[in-house]
Design a protein around this ligand. Sequence first.
Ligand code: PLP
Length: 368
Amino acid sequence: MIYLDYNATAPYSPSVKCFISEQMSEMWANPSSEYPISVELSEKISQVRNSLAEYLNCSSKSLVFTSGATESINTVLSLETLKKLGVETIISSLMEHHATLDRLKFLKANGIDVSFISNDINGNLNLSEFQNLVGPKTLSSFLFANNETGVINPIQEMTKISHQAGGLFHTDAVQGFGKIKIDLEALDVDFASFSGHKIGSLKGIGFHFARDIRKIHPLLQGGSQERGLRPGTINFAGIWTLGLALSDLSINDIEKVIELKNNLEKSLVEQFGFKINCFETNRLPNTVSVRMPGKVAREVLFSLARLGICVSTGSACTSGSFEPSHVMKSLGFDRETAGSCLRISLGPLNSNEDIEILINKLKGLYGN
Ligand code: PLP
């Protein structure tokens, strides 16, 4: 099998694999109890929190573990947190992940004003619209990088604009985490959401950053875990594997992935006449969104899947019929064009051979 869908989830990193097969069964204690087997796990959790804080350049006190980015986003964008912050308007984009978009739909139905700024066909957000909307009672929420196009938003600039107007800023940083440098101090965001499985941890673990943790209202009420900000028995295995996956990240992998991506894009364009979406825009090193005129991306996906190659489309099944990706539609593509877009997302375990096999299989299917 050739796995080319890292933006959906990453395979377990080498240290995580080793932990699962050799140590996990011994580390079952409740980290909040007070005997040595638990204290040991609690200390390990502090180590992971400190490593994350160092990696992201923030205080370890500003990080709260959750079940994943969906929960983190829902916590920051909860009615209670918004009330605590005095937020009346949320500013966002139609290209956001459903974790944000569906939350915003709920907020809107509950009386919160939600405004979306527009974007161009290259995935660039309209910053003058943004500038006109921000104010002292706004919370802006934007992806650090888009999961389908890979476009990296100018978060530092947007945070500055928001802060100058007295507003707050949250970023869904899931797709940037582990792929490019994220410096929370430099970005100056107020809140950020992260997920572990996109870098190779177990699933069901994530965390959020809040510059001032007192500004977050807990989504759940219960015990005092995570200082009462995220009650519920701590997911030790998730947190520990998040730390292990973090320790497996390497700058060399990023360089290798950039080279693979460049080779892949060149072949897709030169050999098939396909187009790369948002080609000129600043994008993640691993993400290729390819437009295949005259093809139905879901059919390409299934043909490749039968040949053992995993890629994706951003389409969603609504009442039994497939809707092309909302992101592709937001770029301004009509239904047919949006439905011809395929996402190929690479990772450190991919090789030049994987790219060659993909290209050869596509040739076998469609000629060139
Ligand atoms: N945000 C983005 C950009 C994502 O790609 C994902 C995962 O698909 C999420 C949020 C949700 O993350 P999780 O699976 O941790 O809830």
